[in-house]
Ligand binder design. Structure first.
Ligand code: NAI
Length: 342
């Protein structure tokens, strides 16, 4: 009887261990540009998600080693590697979320728009493959200039007849992560509690933190608002300069992108309370693309939150009007590029 009771207990323990280490759900995520400065730490963070059963790593080179290395982590997902254009289609088959950090990063003195000539073509080619192989996936675009690469992706998907604006998401999460950190530091708040919506786009003055909408509400002097706004807008450049030629933000970007992937997976998994800021097709303003808080659900964007743009301070309202011409030009540049190529 004693032996039977031990056996029962061992069986129960095994079940507990199994349920702890087995995926709670089984989603497939592909990272395109997975051997890069963002791609590698991002792949590691995604490998830690209990919601992922399969992680597909694609790059034009050096991805085999990254995948072999990651595959030894005893977390649920399998890790598969795909190298070069010939293996791109198989990296995308059956995938639920595609994350794209492929492309060149900034060096000191460069704007994000200076990356356009190289990255626009990379994004176009990758999105063509996404359209052919996993048109229903959530698509997360990290490659800069995001203000233009998202419109490029939209045009390519339209050309392929599979455009779903609810699932094409420009990753501006790092702006929110930075805003939360800087506001919490300045006001001595517990970081975990602070949430600042950031709207507009993802470059220079198009990044508009709505500090008046910070949760919990904080009181800031005009000088503090100005200082924080400028720091959030230039935070990427802060990192580019500190790295002095070795690239741009990779670790904080991987953290932000992993948070956004996790949010998309929770949305796919039926969580009804998922909100993120993202640069998306939008009719909140007269611009066709605009970053704002959106509610994510199983089918992508479920709702916008127009009240986020109401009751702005005079400073925010002015900054919103001031960013529109630059953002509009970046959008038009992306659309023109995508249509010139066909
Ligand atoms: P990186 O140069 O370290 O890595 C880029 C990777 O992309 C490399 O492994 C490269 O082999 C790969 N790649 C190049 N062409 C490719 C193609 N056709 N298909 C697949 N992979 C390809 O650059 P890093 O630092 O990882 O940055 C990547 C991109 O992310 C840059 O465009 C950068 O500007 C952007 N970025 C975006 C941010 C955002 O907030 N959205 C923040 C920081 C960077």
């Amino acid at each position: 009887a004693l032996r039977a009771s031990f056996a029962r207990k061992a069986h129960k323990d095994a079940q507990v261990v199994q349920s702890q280490f087995q995926p709670q759900a089984s989603y497939k995520v592909a990272v395109l540009g997975a051997a890069g400065g963002i791609g590698q730490p991002l792949a590691l963070l995604i490998k830690m998600s209990p919601l992922v059963s399969s992680l597909h790593l694609y790059d034009i080179a050096n991805v085999k080693g990254v995948a072999a290395d990651l595959s030894h982590c005893n977390t649920p997902s399998e890790v598969l590697d795909f190298t070069g254009a010939a293996e791109l289609p198989s990296s995308l088959k059956g995938v639920d979320v595609v994350v794209i950090p492929a492309g060149v990063p900034r060096k000191p003195g460069m704007t994000r728009d200076d990356l356009f000539n190289i990255n626009a073509g990379i994004v176009r080619n990758l999105i063509e493959a996404v359209a052919d192989n996993c048109p229903d996936a959530f698509i997360h675009i990290i490659s800069n200039p995001v203000n233009s690469t998202v419109p490029i992706a939209a045009e390519v998907l339209k050309q392929k007849g599979v455009y779903n604006p609810k699932k094409l998401l420009g990753v501006s999460t790092l702006d929110v992560v930075r805003a939360n950190t800087f506001v919490a530091q300045k006001k001595n708040l517990k970081l975990i509690d602070v949430d600042v919506p950031v709207v507009g786009g993802h470059a220079g003055i198009t990044i508009l933190p709505l500090l008046s909408k910070t949760k919990p509400s904080v009181s800031l002097t005009d000088e503090e608002v100005e200082q924080l706004t400028v720091r959030i807008q230039n935070a990427g450049t802060e990192v580019v300069e500190a790295k002095a030629g070795a690239g741009s933000a990779t670790l904080s970007m991987a953290y932000a992108a992993a948070r956004f992937v996790e949010s998309s997976l929770r949305a796919l998994d039926g969580d009804g309370d998922v909100y993120e800021c993202s640069y998306v097709a939008s009719d909140l303003t007269e611009l066709p693309f605009f970053a704002s808080r959106v509610k994510l659900g199983r089918n992508g964007i479920e709702a916008f939150i127009p009240s986020d743009l109401q009751g702005l301070t005079e400073y925010e309202q002015k900054a919103l009007e001031a960013l529109k011409p630059e953002l509009k030009a970046s959008i038009e540049k992306g659309i023109a590029f995508a249509n010139k190529q066909t």
